[in-house]
Design a protein around this ligand. Structure first.
Ligand code: URA
Length: 434
């Protein structure tokens, strides 16, 4: 016989919870038998007392098993998933998945929509007129077997315990605990069924984790959970102290991803795709080391095979594949306004989440889950940290359909930049591979 009261008290007193205790509260909470206030108290106790490795794994497994576990066994080969902790201008999935699919890795990916200042892959993909991620699990699996790639929206019953718990943590100041974040993210990844997982943990002013130390700790914790759960897991820690690439905004990011597949990608973004892609090819048994993987990825970029794979994927999910070859067919904003550098010097810092908020102000993101978004708007930078600027030259272009929003966004955008007279060091995009 178990009581929630005793479980709360045990954690309050700093003791480790057993697997049956964790299973009991997750099951009871998912069914609605344990009330929010008791679970809130437990979350706060966990926040202060922490959880050890075994507890964290048990919590992850309990949440992963609280709803459907996707069975991908009907897909041949080693399924490798990629997950990013989220950031500004993160269009990685759009370029990376066709690259690895073109190299023979089956990509069966569940993605989400954007919320707050970070975007979501599903919104970006909907920039292709007609594209839908509301496909059945059967179509999802069939498409992966037929063309090697499919993306679907998270099903309602994927890790429902996490959905409830995350919403509760969000309003009780208990989100930012390492074990809780790691188990939340990993429960969804484990339920989504991949054999191997490559994690892209972001660090910096546009990321969930602002310091490199915290990002490494989170990456380590997530990789440990994945490995303890029997999935080959690699974690990459990458820079999010400025937007990734130049484009921020749904259709603008799609265009940048397409340009990358055509061989004209921004340096940092290309390097990130090559690094994550290499890890995916190694985990999927297609390459023996990073060098071989690199060559394979370059080959599918040069030959156009990765671009064609994106077109096949877009068409298979109802989208207009012509937009892959002619990006003028993507949604376009009516106003494109330059933002000029106020000084001579170098860009020293870009407050990354502020750039994400500017895109949100323009209508490119969601304030609440119900908001509609304008796929055409956003910001395209022309310079990055460490670049020289001349007073009066454009540092970015704002794409908008609304003159008033433009004024608000532009003011805020200008505030997000710091300049220096001497050349600052450019930061590396890849910080660690764990
Ligand atoms: N993202 C999640 O999915 N869960 C967390 O707890 C934090 C970020």
């Amino acid at each position: 016989f178990m009581r929630m009261y005793d479980i709360i008290m045990k954690k309050r007193n700093g003791e480790a919870l057993s697997k049956p205790e964790i299973d009991f509260f997750i099951e009871g909470y998912t069914k609605g038998e344990i009330p929010d206030y008791q679970v809130s108290a437990l979350m706060m106790a966990i926040y202060f007392r922490g959880m050890n490795e075994q507890e964290t794994l048990n919590l992850t497994m309990a949440m992963a098993g609280s709803g459907d576990m996707l069975d991908l066994s009907a897909i041949k080969g080693i399924k490798v998933d990629k997950h990013s902790t989220g950031g500004v201008g993160d269009k990685t999935t759009l370029a990376l998945t066709p690259m690895v699919a073109a190299c023979g890795i089956p990509v069966a990916k569940m993605s989400g929509r954007g919320l707050g200042h970070t975007g979501g892959t599903i919104d970006k993909l909907e920039s292709f007129p007609g594209f839908s991620t509301s496909i059945s699990t059967q179509t999802f699996i069939d498409n992966v077997n037929r063309i090697g790639i499919a993306v679907m929206g998270q099903t309602a019953d994927l890790a429902p315990a996490d959905k409830k718990l995350y919403a509760l943590r969000d309003v009780t100041a208990t989100v930012d605990n390492m074990s809780l974040i790691a188990s939340s993210i990993m429960s969804k990844k484990l339920a989504a069924g991949a054999d191997a997982i490559v994690l892209d943990v972001k660090t910096g002013s546009g990321a969930f984790m602002k310091t490199e130390e915290d990002s490494v700790a989170l990456a380590t914790e997530m990789a440990k959970i994945g490995r303890n759960a029997g999935r080959n897991t690699i974690a990459v820690v990458s820079d999010m102290d400025q937007p990734l690439g130049f484009a921020v905004g749904n259709a603008l990011e799609v265009k940048e991803a397409i340009d990358t597949l055509k061989g004209h990608g921004p340096e940092d973004f290309v390097e990130l795709c090559m690094t994550l892609g290499s890890q995916m090819l190694i985990a999927g048994g297609k390459a023996k080391d990073a060098e071989e993987a690199h060559d394979m990825l370059l080959k599918v970029l040069d030959s156009g095979a990765a671009l064609d794979k994106l077109a096949e994927f877009v068409e298979a999910q109802g989208g207009n594949k012509e937009a892959v070859y002619n990006t003028d067919l993507l949604p376009k904003a009516s106003i494109v306004e330059p933002v000029y550098s106020p000084v001579d010097g170098y860009i020293e810092h870009i407050e990354c989440d502020e750039v994400g908020i500017c895109s949100l102000i323009l209508g490119g993101g969601r304030e609440t889950k119900e908001s509609d978004i304008d796929l055409s708007v956003g910001i395209v930078l022309t310079k990055k940290v460490g670049d020289k600027v001349v007073k009066g030259e454009p540092i970015a272009y704002i794409h908008t359909n609304d003159k008033e929003k433009l004024i608000t966004a532009k003011e805020r955008f200008l505030q997000a930049y710091r300049y220096s007279e001497t050349k600052p060091k450019k930061s590396k995009i890849i910080k660690h591979i764990l």
